[in-house]
Design a protein around this ligand. Structure first.
Ligand code: ADP
Ligand code: MG
Length: 262
């Protein structure tokens, strides 16, 4: 069995830097003619470079809300959010996002969809082309640069979504249920490829934050998992996953660990 010591959660040389820190975070949505809906209450989250962190919870438990707060797209009702030790006001630099529904532009080629990730950053044309080709190749879509999304399978479309996130070499890649629109086998292939690239240190990111409602997926991918309880507004507990990559879902200790969650 793998041990906690083997887990590559954080580099042992102390180079892990704090990317995000969220303290005492509360998010309430105002509902007309009734009490506010408290979606997050007293939530704490710290993310370091070198780790994959999961947000695990049922639908409606506040996972996407927390992602929006981490990215700076939503300021919480109260609480502190800092990026690299500085208070965050507005969209966080160094964050990219991968969506459940891929969010590709159907009228643009794979290459153009991926380059979009760079356009807002004022990167010149030649450099955009080079970076996009590199990301497309990395994620296993080399040769499909000129294809349109409708010509691709769901798994390939999500690879484009991933390439568009990776092309900016973000400090943190946020993934909101990135595999739940895919069939089981396709999801497994993509997960496995992603973890392999991560373990080989070939992914141009420092940290991944993955939202999922799939317990096994969270344990297969993440070093730490924040478990959201079905009690609204609560994060039930945080788990450290004591297995190194690559993880085997059929391993007895792995199964025992998965079965004890919730
Ligand atoms: P999850 O991603 O875990 O499914 P969400 O963060 O999307 O959960 O939503 C948590 C709860 O907050 C849900 O009940 C949802 O309906 C509600 N909610 C989310 N966004 C808004 C909003 N902009 N206004 C009002 N209620 C919202
Ligand atoms: Mg959600």
């Amino acid at each position: 069995m793998d041990t906690l010591q083997d887990a590559p959660a954080r580099p042992a040389d102390g180079r892990a830097e704090e990317l995000v820190r969220i303290r005492n975070c509360r998010q309430a949505y105002h509902k007309d003619s009734s009490v506010d809906l408290v979606v997050l209450d007293n939530v704490e989250l710290t993310l370091h470079s070198g780790e994959i962190v999961g947000l695990l919870g049922r639908s409606g438990s506040g996972k996407s809300t927390l992602l929006r707060i981490v990215s700076g797209l939503l300021a919480p009702t109260s609480g502190e959010v800092s990026w690299r030790g500085k208070p965050l006001r507005g969209p966080a630099p160094g964050v990219a996002m991968v969506f459940q529904s891929f969010a590709l532009f159907p009228w643009l080629t794979v290459q153009a969809n991926v380059e979009l990730g760079l356009e807002a950053k004022g990167v010149g044309r030649a450099e955009r082309e080079r970076l996009a080709e590199e990301a497309i190749e990395l994620i296993g879509l080399g040769g499909y640069e000129n294809a349109y999304p409708k010509e691709l399978s769901g798994g390939m479309r999500q690879r484009v979504g991933l390439a568009r996130g990776l092309v900016v070499h973000p400090d943190l890649l946020l993934m909101d249920e990135p595999f739940s629109a895919l069939d089981v086998l396709t999801a497994e292939n993509l997960r496995t490829d992603l973890i392999e690239l991560w373990a080989e240190k070939r992914l141009p990111v420092k940290s991944l934050l993955i939202v999922t409602h799939n317990i096994e997926e969270a344990v297969l991918m993440c070093d730490r998992i924040l478990v959201f309880s079905s009690n609204p507004g609560r994060v039930a507990h945080e788990l450290k996953v004591p297995f190194a990559h690559p993880r085997n879902r059929h391993d007895f200790a792995f199964r025992q660990f998965v079965d004890r969650i919730y």
